[in-house]
Design a protein around this ligand. Sequence first.
Ligand code: PEP
Ligand code: MG
Length: 330
Amino acid sequence: ERARLARLRHTPAVTLDSERVELLANIELPADAPAALMAGATGVGLFRSEFLFMNRDGELPGEDEQFEAYRAAVEAMKGMPVTIRTVDVGADKPLDRMSTSELRHEHVLNPALGLRAIRWCLAEPSMFRQQLRAIYRASAYGKVRLLVPMVAHLSELRMIHEALTRVRQQLTDSGHAFSHVEIGVMIEVPAAAMMLPLMLKHVDFISIGTNDLIQYTLAIDRADEAVAHLYDAWHPAVLQLIAQSISQAHAAGKGVSVCGEMAGDVAFTDLLLAMGLRSFSMHPSQIPAVKQRLLRADASRLASQLPEVLASEDPQQTAQALFSSARSPT
Ligand code: PEP
Ligand code: MG
């Protein structure tokens, strides 16, 4: 089994019909990078930077501390791209101490709908610029991409670009080196998916965060046990938003990956390939199984069956019935 996994690690991720697929890792700390490489990841698709901010009683990490962490991840990945997501905290992922402001998140009624992720960053501009500077400084050491969570408004994109312009100027003025950084947004709010052509004009790539996209599309709190049975990745509305986002990104010539749990779940590999997805980001431990799955998939046959799946009242059952024919045995 060990030897088989080791062999798999060096096997190119290519479908039966020669479609090349990118398998990236989701990491939480730079120390996760070696596991990503061992699993055969060809880059980091999601570095959840909030883990640098969580579980500390003192100050939040400053620019230099963050820079060291991002540089460590970039160097550990040996020239492969590292996608750093700006801090995704808020009432649903609270800090021990929201030290830069007087925010008292415990009293927020609807944490998932509140001041989180990019909303919090834009409410804390100097904290946000510190993080952006740290990320840009790491780009002098390898290929860095910047990913912003929870974007739902074009005004947020405009403010992000303003902050980036200012940060690049500050770095130039202070003599810090940096290289080109691609800018992407997470598609995890239905509004962003529905207006994607407008958003795509302002970004280099998108990454679909299915965990939150399901939560916000179905109005199901992803952390609430009482409604967990209704949290359904196979819901037709969810599938439509994902399929549409992938094709619109392709039409605009922009990169698209999925970094939510669906990307690492082999139950969805055929479906996402059918939708045209060629970049998956997941926990390193899930990479071998997803790779094995795609090695046996015929992507163009899967794609030809997609319309029937999307039109079905029971997409899960329809996908199971149809897709098995587009897969080689073993
Ligand atoms: C997502 O929402 O799908 C995602 C990848 O982000 P997180 O799970 O960190 O909210
Ligand atoms: Mg999310």
